[in-house]
Each structure stands twice: as C-alpha cells, then as structure tokens.
Design a protein around this ligand. Structure first.
Ligand SMILES: Cc1ncc(COP(=O)(O)O)c(C=O)c1O
Length: 365
C-alpha cells in the first residue's frame, strides 16, 4: 500500500514552505558558536520591551484558554487604526489570515491573481483549496499593476499585492494603486499585504484602509512579526469589510491567537519608542549596506523594507558558503531569482560582518 497516495493530489506535489534556518540548528549542524540570522526579516533589536514586560505580568493566566474573540486587542487596534472592531480579525501570524481569506472565498477552480515573484504563501494557500494561481511577472523587480489588472478575468475572485513586496523590497505608490483599483471589478477581493508597513518612509504609500472605508472589497494585512519584534508569538491582523471579516470568522479556529501573543501585541502598540528605534536602525543599516555593496560593485535592489535583494551570481552557492561562516541569509531559488540572496538588515555589527563574509565568499567562489 502506497500511503502517499492517500494525500490529496493537489497537496502531494506541494513543496513545503522552507523557512530561514533557526540559529540553533546552524550552530548544532555546523558546530559553530557565533551565528547571525539575517534570513527571515526579523527585528534585530529584539521584541518590544513593553511587550516583554506585559507578558511577564500575565504568565500566570496560562491555565485559561485565550479570549477567542481577542476583545482587548481588537479594541486597542480599533482606536489605533480608527476602524470599527467588526472590521478587524486576528490571526496566528498574517500567514493564517492569508489562509483564511483563501479558504473563505476561493472555490475550487476559481482564480487568484498573484505576482510571480512574491510571498510564496499566496500560491500555496490557493493550491490547498484547489484554486488556480494566475501568475503575473514583476517588471523591473516591481509589481506590474497594469498587467495584474489585465490578468483579472471572469474566474478571478482574489488579487494579492504584497506592498512592499517580499522578496524585492519594492513598493507600489498610492497613485498606482488608485488607477489599479479603478480597473478592478467590485466583486474581486484585493488583499494588500502590508507586513512591512511600519518601515515605510515614503509619503506616497497607499492608504489602503481608505478603500475599506469607501466600501471596496479590500483586505489589509499587517503583522506584529516585523517591526514589533514578536515573530515567535505568531500574531497578525486583517482589516476589511464587516461581511468579509464575518465570513473569515467562520473558518477561523476558535482559539487561533494565544493569550501571550494578545497581551504582547496590546503592549507593543504603545511602544512607539521601540518602533522608532527599530525604524531608525533599519534606515542606517540599509544605507550602510547600500554604500558597502556599491563600493564592491555588487548590485542590489533598493528596498522600502528591512531586507535587501542582492545579486551575487550563484545565490544558492553563496548562501551556503555564508552559512558555513555563520551568516544565515536566504537563497532565492524558490522565488525564481537564482542569482540573488535576500539579506535582512541587522545590527551594525551584523551588517559589517555580513559585508566582510560576503566579500570573502565572493572572492573564493
Ligand atoms: C509579505 C509577507 N506577508 C506575510 C508574512 C507573514 O508574516 P507573519 O509572521 O505575520 O505570518 C511575511 C513574512 O515574512 C511576509 O514577508
């Protein structure tokens, strides 16, 4: 009996998501003491200190199930974002909300329009429900919204837009989104995944929540995993029309967001100091990396987020060589960008170390 045959056929050939390797795994497997992770766009400053303090004060309530409705966090987000609580959903990371959107709205055979080189979870979620991904190429490493609008057809139910995009770090502007939205039928749900929103400094970033206020079928996704430094707790949120949120609540697991994460997120929203420091560190680090890469004639894609796509030739080989030197970065093979690695902006010392090690491995490659 071939047990593998029992797996649904659309799942059988699905390549499991490969996350960046954890530091401990690299230490264990390569016998290294000093390992720096610059692979998963985490905050190198650490978690919000206010969140850590709040967690400590609430740990003794772990015997209780979490508040499945996330009342206090939703109330906090409601005033933070100025949107009604019935327009907010919490997720076990924004990853889970991507899955919930697809499970709630995409029937088998219906289509989602997705950029070819964007966050891989969109395509995986669509495949799991037997939907079809309509892939659109990036143009100069940026979302090509005109082509994405053209790709919307009769069977299209969803469009995913990561802004800024992972793995390129590029963004689409308010004006581009405005002209895109004019071309999109009202019954197509547009998901703006803004996982790196808090890092944005450009003034022309689209205000996607306004489309929701105007009644459009838009979902805006944000997360506590990036600038707030809470990736390990798995918590993100979505904002949309009450009817869309209510639909997703039907597929949501009753206790999808744990109580520690909810407590931490409430406190993190008050931690403007940590957010400010993180943003500033990221700007300085990104500028440093740009300068050092330019000095060495290494091409990169300018980024609006906390990571940079760097052209190195053999991305997989260079990522592997860096790993042996205790620097974890991401190869871009699964994004069909084999000549690149993606590096998360680190602390000053980490960035310097990365540049030195990159120079060494490029020389000896
Ligand atoms: C564009 C994008 N969306 C969503 C996520 C998932 O974030 P979370 O940790 O909230 O699940 C990531 C994580 O890397 C991302 O890059």
């Amino acid at each position: 009996m071939d047990i593998k045959k029992l797996i649904r056929s659309n799942i059988r050939d699905l390549r499991p998501y490969e996350p960046g390797k954890p530091i401990e795994e690299v230490q264990r497997e390569l016998g290294l003491e000093k390992v720096i992770k610059m692979a998963s766009n985490e905050n190198p400053l650490g978690p919000s200190p206010l969140a850590v303090k709040a967690i400590g004060e609430n740990l003794n309530r772990m015997n209780f199930y979490p508040d499945g409705g996330g009342y206090y966090l939703k109330r906090k987000l409601s005033s933070f974002l100025d949107v009604d609580e019935n327009r907010i959903i919490l997720g076990n990371g924004s990853d889970e909300i991507i899955r919930m959107v697809v499970e709630t709205f995409l029937n088998a055979g219906e289509e989602a329009v997705i950029a070819e080189q964007s966050f891989v979870i969109y395509q995986m979620a669509v495949r799991i429900v037997n939907g079809e991904s309509r892939l659109v190429k990036l143009k100069d490493y940026r979302y090509d919204l005109a082509s994405m609008a053209e790709a919307v057809g009769r069977k299209t139910k969803l469009v995913f837009i990561a802004n800024p995009n992972n793995p390129t770090g590029t963004m689409v502007s308010a004006a581009e989104v405005e002209s895109f939205m004019k071309k999109i039928p009202e019954d197509v749900i547009v998901v703006f995944d803004e996982a790196y929103f808090e890092y944005i400094e450009r003034g022309d970033f689209p205000k996607t929540i306004d489309y929701i206020r105007d009644g459009r079928a838009v979902v805006c996704l944000r997360t506590f995993s990036k600038i707030y430094g809470l990736a390990g707790l798995r918590i993100g949120y979505g904002i949309s029309q009450p009817e869309i949120i209510s639909g997703m609540n039907r597929v949501r697991q009753p206790f999808n967001v744990n109580s520690v994460a909810q407590t931490a997120a409430i406190a993190a929203l008050d931690d403007g100091e940590h957010v400010g420091k993180s943003r500033e560190l990221n700007c300085r680090g990104r500028d440093f990396l740009y300068r050092e890469l330019e000095k060495r004639d290494i091409r990169y894609i300018p980024s609006e987020a906390n990571f940079i796509l760097v052209e190195v030739g053999d991305g997989t080989g260079i990522a592997r060589a860096l790993l042996k030197e205790g620097v974890i970065v991401r190869d871009m093979f699964c994004y069909d960008l084999p000549g690149f690695i993606r590096v998360t902006v680190g602390l000053e010392s980490g960035n310097k170390n990365f540049i030195e090690k990159l120079q060494d491995v490029l020389r000896s490659s």
